[in-house]
Design a protein around this ligand. Structure first.
Ligand code: DX5
Ligand code: ZN
Length: 217
């Protein structure tokens, strides 16, 4: 059964605490931090994450789309992140970033953009806890799933198997009841979903729906 991580980016920003509670049936909450530099959009930052932290029991899964990233890792952990995911692109010292995240007591994730080959992660397989395949160009919610990312999910799934480590394989972007079973079949164990959950009136049913279609795959 895949882990479902609703992405708060698609929530009603005027009512974040309520929106967060509305997806409390999911074990993780995905929080997208964007800087308008690494990605062409600005979302929210550590003060918002810190303000929400006391009102949720979910694992805070923070996806940093910022460059540089290292100067903000400590602040992200202090704001209440349980997992910190950084991008492999634009970071010559990715290994150090992952070491720093672990030293801060968080699970260490690496996100990989659509144009980056899976082999870019071959030298971090001994340290990474979460791999996040971007199935859209990062920066915005509500985009269409990029079919070309399916083979990459399979390759990374095999790399994880070879590593012998319990690495979680996530997919982020365009995940709905049509695409979820396909990415799970390719090896995904974590589904990040924004608009397909927050775009529905009944969020609990939307989360259950994603789990159900994935289990049938
Ligand atoms: C995009 C973000 C995603 C986004 C996904 O850069 O990383 O987490 O919220 O949104 P949907 O599920 O609507 O594609
Ligand atoms: Zn994300």
């Amino acid at each position: 059964m895949p882990i479902i991580a609703p992405s708060l980016l698609s929530a009603d920003f005027s009512n974040l605490r309520h929106e967060m509670n509305d997806v409390s049936s999911a074990p993780w909450l995905h929080l997208d931090v964007m800087d308008g530099h690494f990605v062409p959009n600005i979302s929210f930052g550590m003060p918002v994450i810190k303000a929400l932290r006391p009102y949720s029991e979910a694992k805070f899964d923070v996806h940093l789309m910022i460059e540089p990233v290292d100067p903000y890792l400590e602040a992200t952990a202090k704001a209440g992140a349980d997992h910190i995911t950084v991008h492999c692109e634009g970071n010559p010292h990715l290994y150090r970033s992952l070491q720093t995240i672990k030293a801060l007591g968080c699970k260490a994730g690496v996100a990989i953009c659509p144009a980056t080959p899976p082999e870019a992660l071959s030298q971090v397989m001994d340290i990474v806890d979460i791999i996040l395949v971007m199935s859209v160009n990062p920066g915005f919610g509500g985009q269409s799933f990029l079919e070309g990312q399916l083979p990459k999910i399979s390759v990374l799934s095999k790399m994880i198997l070879q590593s012998g480590r319990p690495v979680i394989l996530g997919v982020d972007g365009g995940i709905d009841e049509q695409t979820a079973p396909r990415v799970v079949e390719a090896g995904a164990t974590l589904l990040v979903a924004g608009s397909s959950i927050f775009g529905k009136a009944d969020r609990k049913a939307a989360i259950e729906g994603l789990v159900n279609v994935s289990c049938r795959s």
